[in-house]
Design a protein around this ligand. Structure first.
Ligand code: 5GP
Length: 116
């Protein structure tokens, strides 16, 4: 995967607007522009990772901090009691459309399995 400036880079630099719901030195969380559930939030690492396999190159401490950021955002959204889904799409078959690693947090309704 080649690295290019994505829409999420532009949201991070505040070049384009997004409904930001949480931000710290590790993660940035904002509402998905095309929500697939009553709650649909995207969480990106402040230090860019392009695709899920690039996680193999991360320091485990940085990866842990990112995952904890995702869990912190889900908690802040009040989703813990009812449950929620976290998704990372990767590549063509995974239908990744933005080449900047992002966790989808989906909640507020009953999910189905298997996903489409
Ligand atoms: P992917 O398919 O790569 O896993 O997910 C990309 C997500 O980014 C999609 O759910 C899409 O709706 C969302 N998205 C694409 N462009 C924008 C944008 O400009 N702003 C926001 N907030 N979300 C976007």
């Amino acid at each position: 995967m080649t690295e290019e400036i994505t829409v999420f880079d532009r949201i991070k630099s505040k070049e384009i607007p997004a409904k930001i719901i949480y931000e710290d030195e590790v993660v940035l969380a904002f509402q998905d522009i095309n929500p697939q559930a009553p709650v649909h939030v995207l969480v990106i690492p402040q230090n860019k990772i392009v695709g899920f396999p690039d996680i193999l190159d991360l320091d485990q401490k940085d990866l842990g901090a990112f995952l904890q950021g995702v869990a912190r955002v889900a908690k802040q959204l009040g989703l813990e009691a009812q449950g929620y889904r976290v998704i990372f799409n990767y590549g063509k078959n995974g239908q990744q459309t933005v080449e900047y690693v992002h966790a989808h947090i989906l909640g507020g309704r009953q999910m189905k399995w298997p996903p489409g």
